[in-house]
Design a protein around this ligand. Structure first.
Ligand SMILES: [Mg+2]
Length: 427
């Protein structure tokens, strides 16, 4: 086995910069939902000492002084850039395993060992040309080594963005320079356990005996050691696993205290969940709605908030937005309680099956063919005309102003997903 891990540098910031080249080489940050804290930083922002996951208010002065450019997160943009990234990878290999929004494993079967670095550099250059994204490439005989090679490619300038750890001599040198916590799957607490055992570097970890490793890191952790030694334990999973369920949940930018707002939110979530189902050609057998207040347990008193959920089953599995929304509202009504400030709610669709396998039965009052063509028409219109994540056509029950939505004051336009937000160029 030979595998590469391709990982975008400062992904969210890089997505923003593709459409704002004036921000190259400048400090840029991207905020989490509700503009709460910092989730992506350009190297220049890191150099200013801005930490990861720092609350936004701590750097607000820097932003005001014009020293840092800030963006609210723009997930339609990032999701679409991620899709472009994987499409580009398909030009290099038929075996792609997307691992997270900004990184994928790429099977390298058939690539000559002597040409791996050239291959990696070609991939980087092509990715930059086709998508505008800067990436680093880590190569190795196991997934764990490819991950670690990517760390080297990112952190050690001498690799120029591509590192191949299939060479045992290079591996030995790198292992002595890397702390054990850089290994994929070694979390915070495992790293502490290792430190107590005197295991500091990847080289120490690699030299651990099997018994100690299993006691310290469990079976899964001990597999990492085999992987570090070049023995594959994890295979490339290129076939997308069928979804078991679809969930859409949100924390509210402003707490919800009125049922009218909650019903808008729940309708919106049910709409989005139904869209996801249709994208996959699936239908759901039931829908679960949940809502909860914040929990700030004070030392003396227990949880004084409220949390509840309710499931409604469909007589016939469906992916029709109207049926979803109707059922979701029924569930929401059943569990709503006045007097609470709700911080989070969501819907979950369970027991999925392919839509084409759903048989129309005696009790099915809805016309499936009519439903299918209506939903297809709505999806078509929304795909073409939605703007900044807002649909062109939606159920009125979703609400127009949606005060419960996230705060995202600094969100960039939907450059790649919305026709009205296309970048204008003059020649
Ligand atoms: Mg990344």
């Amino acid at each position: 086995m030979l595998v590469a891990l391709v990982d975008a540098n400062n992904f969210y910031v890089s997505c923003e910069r593709v459409f704002r080249p004036d921000l190259e080489r400048r400090p840029v940050i991207v905020l989490s939902n509700n503009d709460g804290c910092i989730i992506s930083r350009s190297n220049e922002a890191k150099a200013l000492g801005i930490g990861m996951a720092v609350p936004f208010f701590k750097v607000r002065d820097l932003v005001r002084q014009g020293k840092v450019t800030v963006f609210s997160s723009n997930y339609p943009l990032y999701g679409d850039m991620s899709r472009r990234m994987n499409e580009t990878l398909m030009a290099f290999s038929p075996d792609i395993e997307p691992y997270s929004i900004d990184e994928s494993f790429v099977g390298l079967t058939g690539v000559e060992r002597a040409k791996l670095i050239d291959y990696g550099q070609d991939l980087r250059a092509t990715m930059r040309r086709w998508t505008g994204l800067p990436v680093c490439v880590g190569i190795g005989p196991t997934k764990t080594l490819a991950k670690l090679a990517n760390v080297c490619a990112k952190k050690m300038p001498e690799f120029a963005g591509v590192c191949d750890l299939s060479d045992a001599a290079l591996r030995e040198r790198a292992f002595r320079a890397l702390p054990a916590r850089e290994v994929w799957g070694i979390g915070h607490s495992a790293a502490n356990t290792l430190t107590d055992l005197g295991i500091h570097t990847v080289a120490d970890l690699c030299a651990m005996d099997a018994g100690t490793a299993r006691r310290a890191l469990s079976i899964v952790g001990s597999r990492l050691i085999w992987e570090l030694r070049g023995e594959p334990c994890f295979t490339l999973e290129t076939i997308p696993q069928p979804r078991k369920g679809v969930s859409v949940t949100r924390s509210f930018g402003n707490r919800i205290t009125a049922f009218s707002a909650m019903s808008e939110a729940i309708t919106t979530f049910a709409t989005r969940a139904a869209e996801k189902l249709r994208e996959d050609g699936m239908a759901a057998s039931h829908i679960t709605v949940f809502m909860r207040t914040t929990h700030h347990p004070k030392p003396a008193d227990a949880f004084t908030g409220y949390a509840n959920s309710r499931t409604v089953s469909f007589i016939t599995p469906t992916c029709d937005t109207r049926e979803m929304a109707q059922a979701a509202l029924k569930a929401a009504e059943a569990i709503w309680k006045d007097g609470y400030r709700f911080a989070k709610a969501g819907v979950y669709l369970g027991d999925l099956m392919p839509f084409e396998r759903v048989s129309s039965d005696l009790f099915n009052v809805n016309d499936r063919e009519e439903s299918k063509s209506l939903m297809k028409a709505i999806d078509g219109i929304n795909n073409r005309h939605s703007r900044n994540g807002r649909d062109a056509i939606f159920l009125a029950a979703s609400g127009i102003r949606q005060h419960w939505r996230h705060r995202s004051d600094q969100r960039s336009p939907g450059y790649t997903t919305s026709f009205t937000d296309l970048r204008r160029v003059r020649a």
